[in-house]
Design a protein around this ligand. Structure first.
Ligand SMILES: C[S@@+](CC[C@H](N)C(=O)[O-])C[C@H]1O[C@@H](n2cnc3c(N)ncnc32)[C@H](O)[C@@H]1O
Length: 272
């Protein structure tokens, strides 16, 4: 995107934006400056955007999108910002979905902006996608990002139509998993600007995942999978929770993504 006014922005002007960003501790000040400049429609627009950034508003809320798996995900203020580490969850889900036929059903629980579902929809246009979030702002945002999916507002599985029971091939869930006591240690961009409901996973961080795992066998078809993202140290307990819910489990960790995914699978043998 090039606007005529940008041609008049001197090198000094750009350097000034970088300097202001650096002065408030922006680590990637040069990259952020170029992004703000390329997204602003006029000098006054740039000044307003810079003012919001200097005040601590996350860059993604200012430009209105976040990049996830190389795709621009439209984002409204107050909706969880997709994290680069969640690309591991997307990658693992894509690898599993490769084996699916066209009629397969995929659910994104706690979908937020719908970033995970959007990547799955782009890779497998034929699959039937359903996405759920408790927060109406997230639901609205997800609806824009995944036009091919049905997006519901609701509490986990309560949001889903009952006819999906025992028919789902894959559930992906990047639910809140920060232990309540760790919330005050989060960077202000998350702590102040993202909703508590998107972050707080209860005492050990795994409260929402306990509920997701407990009900997963009622929604997954035989051989179906549940994929979740957790913190590295939470993985053994998360596996335990999966096993107690009747899901065979394994862990995938990536140093490159600094991310951990737990994969649960329902037995191929239908329960009697
Ligand atoms: C960590 S954010 C992740 C969002 C998205 N999956 C992503 O990776 O960008 C967790 C999301 O879960 C939603 N959420 C929290 N509790 C929920 C519940 N009980 N039912 C449905 N959604 C819930 C929040 O509103 C938030 O959008």
């Amino acid at each position: 995107m090039t606007f005529a006014w940008m041609l008049t922005l001197s090198e000094d002007g750009t350097a000034d934006v970088v300097r202001k960003l650096r002065s408030v501790g922006c680590v990637f000040a040069e990259e952020e400056a170029h992004l703000l400049i390329s997204c602003a429609h006029s000098p006054s627009d740039l000044a307003a955007m810079l003012g919001r950034r200097v005040a601590g508003i996350p860059l993604e809320y200012i430009v209105g999108w976040a990049e996830f798996c190389g795709v621009h995900i439209s984002l409204d203020s107050g909706v969880f910002i997709p994290r680069p580490r969640t690309e591991l969850l997307a990658q693992e889900a894509l690898a599993i979905a490769k084996e699916f036929d066209k009629a397969s059903i995929v659910v994104d629980l706690c979908c937020g902006s719908g970033s995970l579902a959007a990547i799955l929809a782009a890779a497998f246009p034929g699959i039937e996608l359903h996405a759920v979030d408790l927060d109406p702002a997230a639901v609205q945002c997800a609806g824009r990002n995944i036009s091919s999916a049905r997006v519901y507002c609701g509490d986990l599985y309560d949001g889903l139509p009952v006819h999906l029971r025992k028919r789902v091939s894959l559930i992906v869930a990047n639910a809140p998993y920060v232990p309540t006591s760790a919330i005050p240690m989060l960077p202000p961009e998350a702590r102040v600007h993202e909703p508590q409901v998107a972050l707080d996973g209860g005492t050990d961080g795994l409260d929402v995942y306990r509920r997701i795992a407990a009900e997963a066998p009622q929604w997954l078809k035989p051989g179906g999978h549940l994929l979740i993202e957790v913190g590295d140290t939470q993985a053994p307990l998360a596996r335990n929770i999966f096993e107690q819910s009747g899901l065979a489990s394994r862990v995938v960790h990536s140093d490159r993504h600094d991310a951990t995914v737990v994969i649960g699978t329902v037995s191929h043998m239908p329960a009697r």
